[in-house]
Structure formats: structure tokens, C-alpha cells
Design a protein around this ligand. Structure first.
Ligand code: SF4
Length: 511
């Protein structure tokens, strides 16, 4: 039998149904081409990989980030022993190519973007002489590959995902995006983005995540600064980038009315009413906003001085809602300046700021970030191990033994931070609070959907991510699995096989 190409998204937990499609699987599937037949896609957030489906000589691409690297290595080792070609890619493999060889039995590691280099890697493996390392670099926006949505399994995902821009001009200390994807935003052309979205809408996806690092790459302040510096070249560049954002949103606004988008954005967008209005018209109804901390000290801790704190922060966040954009606020707990009061103050602020959803994550030194470098090189971490594994490689520690927090706190124990963070999730997502927030939608059916989704979100991210008790994690995963299957239908739309490109784009094509 001819060898086959497999693409695997590792996960140690499977929910049967997932919220968002892991886009990279379908992009690499498209990049693979069809010369070797359609690639086989396995997303372990749905179901665990059946190792028997892989034959000797097959090529297996495993995409890893820090959170799933350990499971990825387990898969790679098992499949190499079965005689398959094992290839790693993704952010974690880009940062630690040697580790993928030493711990994951890699034949090959691909650094950077896989869009263009992947077919060469496959060809070299099938010819029997791959190199041990390839560098895909940073692909230009116009070369981003459109995903092969025809390979999606039926009725498994609630939201599709389309990328419109890679890279982020900011430099937050806990984030690796600006260092791995770069600080120069790389925008895809409007026509390519919308063509992909139209295909998804034809297939019945009406909820689409614009899976960008930062959907708002040019701020009003960036433009003002270029003007102050009389830097005409930079100003023209920024204006062109901004104009393209508006063109994209205009095209989105012409899509069927029941289509809904969600994205990630910095808080500065609240100061840009024209941008928020365009978002509303485009039906970008929700945005994840990295609030991180409610205090000025906390923001300084993470190099996010461009955010506001206190009552100004409440005002800024409310500006999104006033313009019709719901906010999923993201907060970090465990910052050096946090105190026991920070937790309740954060939940109270999230409520006052009218956030529709919130997530409370624990400060984790992720590789590729400034925080990680500082933490991993500090004398206190040297020689600290769990089961013989250095904590500076915490992703290699088995999940049930892995500490939930790593950075010693000046006044609180790590267990206290974890418990208080769990308390924040419990408070924000209590039945009563969720019922009250469900007023953002009108019909009873929509309110029930809102409640289900809120509870699902909490189960998937709080109980399985923060809880240390493995029985609680297992129970939560089971409950989330059940709820996910209930929720999926709420997001599906009727397929529209005859949907055409928006009028504005068709005009351009004719011209
Ligand atoms: S956290 Fe957001 S704003 Fe900060 S660097 Fe990362 S993507 Fe950019």
C-alpha cells in the first residue's frame, strides 16, 4: 500500500466535540497537496489517535505547543517504533528543535511557518533521505495557505477558524507571539480571507473565529506617532494596513446576517470608535481582550503599560460593549504585585466592566517569552526537579504531577494563588451570575445557549486546567464532553451551497 500522510494534533484530553477547529491541521493538509492522496487528520481534542492506523513508511506531522508537547512526544516515540517518519512542527518545536529529537524521536523538525516548506519535507521523507531540520521562516501574508475545509469531519466543531494576520507589534513579557511570529504584522489579502470564509459559510459554519495574534495591528496612537515624527514612509505603510482592515470588515458586513465572528484584540481599540463601529457592522461580535491585571503595578509586571487600570479600565472595557462588541477578558493571577485582595477585586471589576466572558489564568513562564528566560535562569530554579525532571522543562513533567504555578510569590503560597484563582472562576461563572449575564441575548432559547456555553467554557478551561485533583479533572472532562455535544448544534447554521463572494469583491474581480 502506498504510504500515507498523517497530521496529528496531540491532546491528553478528548471531548468528542471541540469549540474551535485547529486551523493548522487543515492548512498543512492543503499544503500537502494530493499527490500522495488526501492526508489523514487526527485531532486528539476530539478522539485519541489509534496507533494501528499508522503503517511503516507513513509520514506523520505532529504540531506541538508547550501545553501538548509531552503528549506529542509520546505519540512520536510510539510511531517511530512502528516505522513511520516522525516530523514535528509548531511553536514548541521551533523553540526546542533538539528536544523534539531527544524526547520525541523526531526524524525531522520544521521550524517557523510550515505553509510553504511542508511538501518538500514530505517528499524528502518519502524519498528516504529527509534532513533533520528545515526552516520554514516567516511566510508573507499573501503566501498564507488557505485551509482544506472539505476534510473537516461532520458535526464535530462549533466554530471554524480563519487567520487574517500573523505577528503582533507589542512585546508583552508573558507572550511569545511577538518573538516567534514577529512584530511586523503580516496581513493576508482581503479576497483570500473572505473566499475562505464564504466556503465555510457554504458548509454551514456561521460562527467563525478570526484566529489572529492581534486583529488590531495599527492603533490610533501608532498613526499619531508616525505623524509626530514626520515619518511619511511609515505613516503610509500604517495607513495602508489600516485601510485593508476596514476593507476586510466591509466585505464581512456583506455576508449573510446570521454569520458571527470572534477575534483577539488589544484594549487600545476601545479608543478607536471608527474601528469598533466597523467591527460591529462586520458582525465581529466578540473579542478576547488581554486585560491581564486590574492594577497599574500588575501591568508593569508584564510590560503592558499600554493598558489602563482601575476605573479607567472599566470605562475602556465598557466602550466595547457600548459599540456592540462583547468582551472575553483575560486576566493573569500570580503576578508579583498580586495580594489576596486581587482575586475578588478582579472578579468585581470584570462584572462592573460588563464583561460577557472572562478567563483567569495562572502566571506560567512559557518558553519563548521574556518571563521564561528570566525565570529559568534565576538561581532559585537551578536544581529544582519533579520526578527527576527540571522544573525549567515543566512541560515534560506528567500532567498529574506538574505544578500549576512555578514563580515563587513574595507574599502568597502557590497553593493559595491556585485556590483563589479557582474561586474567581467559581464566582464569575456561578449559576446566578451567568443567568444575569445571559440578558445580553433576547430569546429564552438564546439565554439557555448562553448559559450552556458559559458553563462549558468554565469546565473546559478552569476545572481541567487549574484543578490538581485528578478525579475532578476526569469528572470535568466527562461533563465538558457531554455539554460540548449539547452545545454544538446551537452554533450550526443551514448550509448555503450557492453563497457567492460579497458584491464589493466581485466588483474588484471584474475590474
Ligand atoms: S499578549 Fe497580545 S498584545 Fe501582547 S504581545 Fe502577545 S499577542 Fe501581542
Amino acid at each position: 500500500m502506498a504510504p500515507r500522510i498523517h497530521l496529528v494534533n496531540p491532546s491528553h484530553l478528548s471531548f468528542g466535540v471541540a469549540v474551535i477547529t485547529p486551523r493548522w491541521l487543515y492548512v498543512l493538509a492543503a499544503a500537502t497537496g494530493t499527490a500522495w492522496g488526501d492526508p489523514v487528520i487526527v485531532d486528539e481534542t476530539l478522539e485519541a489517535l489509534d496507533f494501528d492506523t499508522i503503517a511503516p513508511g507513513d509520514v506523520v506531522g505532529i504540531g506541538i505547543h508547550t501545553g501538548n508537547a509531552r503528549r506529542g512526544y509520546e505519540i512520536g516515540c510510539a510511531l517511530r517504533a512502528r516505522g513511520a517518519w516522525v516530523v514535528y512542527g509548531g511553536i514548541h518545536a521551533t523553540l526546542f528543535p533538539d528536544e523534539a529529537h531527544s524526547h520525541g524521536a523526531a526524524h525531522v523538525v520544521v521550524k517557523g511557518d510550515g505553509d510553504l516548506i511542508w511538501p518538500r519535507v514530505v517528499r524528502d521523507c518519502l524519498a528516504g533521505h529527509p534532513e533533520t531540520m528545515y526552516d520554514g521562516g516567516r511566510v508573507r501574508g499573501e503566501d498564507f495557505v488557505a485551509a482544506r475545509w472539505d476534510l473537516l469531519p461532520e458535526a464535530r466543531y462549533m466554530w471554524a477558524s480563519v487567520q487574517t494576520v500573523r505577528g503582533c507589534p507589542k512585546h508583552c513579557s508573558f507572550c511569545s507571539v511577538w518573538r516567534t511570529d514577529g512584530q511586523a504584522p503580516r496581513q493576508r489579502t482581503v479576497e483570500r480571507i473572505v473566499t475562505e470564509i464564504v466556503e465555510l459559510r457554504r458548509r454551514g459554519f456561521r460562527f467563525i473565529a478570526l484566529a489572529d495574534d492581534n486583529f488590531y495591528p495599527v492603533t490610533v496612537e501608532d498613526l499619531a506617532m508616525a505623524r509626530r515624527r514626520k515619518d511619511q514612509t511609515r505613516l503610509r505603510e500604517l495607513e495602508a494596513m489600516r485601510r485593508e482592515r476596514f476593507e476586510l470588515m466591509e466585505a464581512l458586513s456583506e455576508l449573510p446576517e446570521d454569520t458571527v465572528f470572534f477575534t483577539q484584540i488589544t484594549m487600545e481599540a476601545a479608543e478607536d470608535p471608527a474601528f469598533l463601529d466597523a467591527m460591529r457592522e462586520a458582525r465581529i461580535k466578540g473579542a478576547l481582550v488581554g486585560v491581564e491585571s486590574v492594577t497599574a503595578e500588575g501591568l508593569k509586571d508584564v510590560y503592558k503599560g499600554f493598558n489602563l487600570s482601575g476605573e479607567q479600565l472599566v470605562d475602556r472595557l465598557r466602550a466595547f460593549k457600548r459599540r456592540g462588541v462583547h468582551v472575553l477578558g483575560s486576566f493573569i493571577f500570580g503576578l508579583p504585585s498580586d495580594t489576596p485582595d486581587t482575586f475578588a477585586a478582579t472578579v468585581a471589576l470584570a462584572k462592573r466592566a460588563d464583561l460577557t466572558f472572562a478567563q483567569f489564568v495562572l502566571l506560567t513562564p512559557f518558553p519563548g517569552t521574556l518571563d521564561f528566560e528570566k525565570w529559568a535562569s534565576s538561581p532559585e530554579q537551578q536544581g529544582v526537579e519533579v520526578d527527576g525532571i527540571p522544573v525549567t522543562q515543566h512541560w515534560l513533567i506528567p500532567n498529574e504531577r506538574r505544578p500549576k504555578l512555578f514563580t515563587p510569590h513574595p507574599t502568597m503560597s502557590l497553593e493559595e494563588i491556585r485556590e483563589r484563582a479557582q474561586g474567581a472562576w467559581d464566582q464569575f461563572y456561578s449559576w446566578r451570575a451567568v443567568w444575569e449575564r445571559s440578558r445580553v441575548v433576547e430569546s429564552l432559547k438564546s439565554r439557555v445557549a448562553f448559559i450552556l456555553v458559559s458553563k462549558l467554557y468554565r469546565q473546559m478551561y478552569a476545572n481541567t486546567g487549574i484543578a490538581t485533583d485528578s478525579a475532578r479533572v476526569a469528572r470535568s472532562a466527562k461533563f465538558a464532553r457531554w455539554m460540548a455535544s449539547m452545545c454544538r448544534g446551537l452554533f450550526a447554521g443551514a448550509p448555503m451551497p450557492n453563497l457567492e463572494l460579497p458584491q464589493s469583491l466581485r466588483k474588484e474581480r471584474v475590474a
